[in-house]
Design a protein around this ligand. Structure first.
Ligand SMILES: Cc1cc2nc3c(=O)[nH]c(=O)nc-3n(C[C@H](O)[C@H](O)[C@H](O)COP(=O)(O)OP(=O)(O)OC[C@H]3O[C@@H](n4cnc5c(N)ncnc54)[C@H](O)[C@@H]3O)c2cc1C
Length: 335
């Protein structure tokens, strides 16, 4: 079957690319798993923030805001973003880091404000007052309804004629007469453009296609949920994280989600939670708050994948480049 573009990977990167490209071209998306968003995209903390260390990612997040706040009619049956806010807190002696974060957020146009300890505690009353000297608050940080967003991209892409095939195991990728041929266990497809949006597996896919790796490192992050203390209404509390990046907590439909903010380099895989990371995350949260976490209610892990400078990567064929100021995608197009 001939198409203009074949996209490999049915996570946020591949599905959003399918949605926008199918407005101009015939698109086929192949996903290896039986469900879209099975890996990183279905396991995130679902936070929209521009408080990201890589400058290009900050600008991309800010540039995405208008679409997420007001997607086209019919894209989603409910709002994709809902107010949450994000607060970073620091103990005495680490305030300078908060000032740097405040400047970074201001540069990205996020309108954050510095807080004293009293203001930080008012926003997140479970913090241990002895551990909080100051905070910075990004009021415009949001919760993302990730499933709604993924399904919106998938439904919209299909409505524009894209084919999305899950459970598609790729056996070979070949370049013949100016076209890419992708053979799965079920069929053979061809297109002049192949878009590699395989997340943690982008270098494996590049290798299958005979292209140079981009040097991606998948990093495992473990997360868990726990019950809020009885009588505490936490639903309107912000996402809160430590300036040292060694824990975060956010409300999640009647529960709280926590993480150690771990980033352990690993092979691309179906990431599983690590018991020690869960235990260390609970310990760090208990040190900084008044929570006592008897046991997590659920736990999971996923992969966050980066190149060395944490910028997105885009480009064509062997000429893939870091998009430090350019094209917005963690994907490599090969032509
Ligand atoms: C615990 C955790 C918390 C996070 N929190 C946030 C957050 O709050 N906010 C935020 O913005 N981001 C967050 N992230 C990061 C975010 O989830 C990822 O950046 C994003 O989902 C990456 O999307 P992706 O499409 O690149 O990768 P993925 O979702 O992993 O998609 C890649 C897809 O490619 C498929 N694939 C691989 N190889 C092949 C092949 N050969 N053929 C076909 N398909 C293939 C895979 O099966 C997979 O479905 C978090 C991540 C984790 C793990």
């Amino acid at each position: 079957m001939d198409r203009d573009v074949i996209i490999l990977g049915g996570g946020m990167a591949g599905l959003s690319a399918a949605y926008f490209l199918s407005q101009h071209a015939s698109v086929l998306l192949l996903e290896r798993e039986t469900a879209l968003g099975y890996h990183s995209s279905g396991r995130s903390a679902a936070q929209f923030t521009v408080g990201i260390s890589a400058p290009t990612m900050r600008r991309l997040a800010q540039a995405s805001r208008s679409f997420l706040e007001a997607p086209p009619d019919g894209f989603a049956a409910a709002p994709i973003l809902s107010p949450r806010g994000s607060m970073t807190v620091a103990p005495a002696g680490q305030e300078a880091k908060l000032h740097r974060q405040h400047a970074m957020l201001a540069e990205a146009g996020a309108g954050a404000r510095l807080l004293d300890a009293t203001e930080a505690l008012a926003l997140f009353p479970a913090l241990d007052p002895a551990q909080v000297a100051a905070g910075v608050f990004e009021a415009s940080a949001m919760d993302i309804d990730v499933d709604l967003l993924l399904q919106g991209f998938a439904r919209g892409a299909r409505a524009q004629g894209a084919m999305i095939a899950t459970d598609s195991r790729i056996e070979a990728i070949e370049r013949r007469s100016g076209r890419w041929t992708v053979r799965t266990d079920a069929a053979t497809f061809s297109a002049p453009l192949l878009l590699n949006a395989a997340g943690a597996w982008v270098d494996q896919v590049a290798d299958m296609a005979g292209r140079a790796p981009i040097g991606i490192t998948p990093c495992r992050r473990t997360a868990f949920t726990f019950a809020p203390p009885p009588g505490m209404d936490t639903d309107r509390w912000p996402h809160v994280n430590s300036v040292a990046h060694d824990w975060y907590v956010k409300p999640e439909t009647g529960r709280l989600m926590g993480s150690l903010s771990d980033q352990t380099p690993t092979e691309p895989c179906d990431a599983q939670p690590d018991d020690l990371d869960v235990a260390q995350g609970i310990y760090n949260i208990e040190q900084a708050t008044r929570f006592t976490i008897a046991r997590p209610l659920s736990r999971w892990a996923g992969l966050r994948s980066f190149v060395a400078d944490r910028s997105p990567v885009a480009g064509a064929g062997g000429r893939v480049t870091r998009a430090s100021s350019g094209w917005p995608a963690r994907a490599a197009a090969a032509s």
